[in-house]
Ligand binder design. Structure first.
Ligand SMILES: [Mg+2]
Length: 126
């Protein structure tokens, strides 16, 4: 196994500025580029320009305008193949199961640490 660090293009979709700031800081070691969207509709507009521009999409559940599950379903209908990493404070097992069954690559609850986020992204992307 090579120890070279892979650098990924990541889209973070969350309505919290502090989550964006924290993710930006956490993801530095594995990030080539990081882009930000503050609700699902903004994410969809970005992805309409280039659907597969990112290696992974980090997606919040609860957001104004368009929430995470609605956004995820619309992106699937658009043909998105990029793994979606749902990172949310929703911790009800039924909610988690709903999104796993819908096809998210990973589901993790807030709060989180940088180490865990990086570990999960590496495991999603191999
Ligand atoms: Mg939120």
């Amino acid at each position: 196994m090579s120890d070279s660090i892979k650098k990924y293009k990541i889209l973070c979709v969350d309505d919290s500025k502090s989550i964006h700031a924290f993710l930006q800081e956490c993801l530095v070691p594995v990030t080539e580029t990081i882009e930000h969207a503050f609700d699902g509709q903004e994410a969809i507009e970005k992805l309409k320009l280039n659907l597969h521009a990112f290696d992974v999409i980090i997606l919040d559940w609860e957001m104004p305008v368009k929430d995470g599950p609605t956004t995820f379903n619309e992106l699937k209908l658009m043909g998105l193949k990029t793994p979606v990493f749902m990172l949310t404070s929703k911790n009800n097992p039924a909610d988690i199961l709903q999104m796993i069954e819908a096809g998210v690559a990973e589901y993790m609850m807030k709060p989180f640490t940088a180490d865990i986020v990086i570990e999960k992204i590496k495991s999603i992307l191999g």
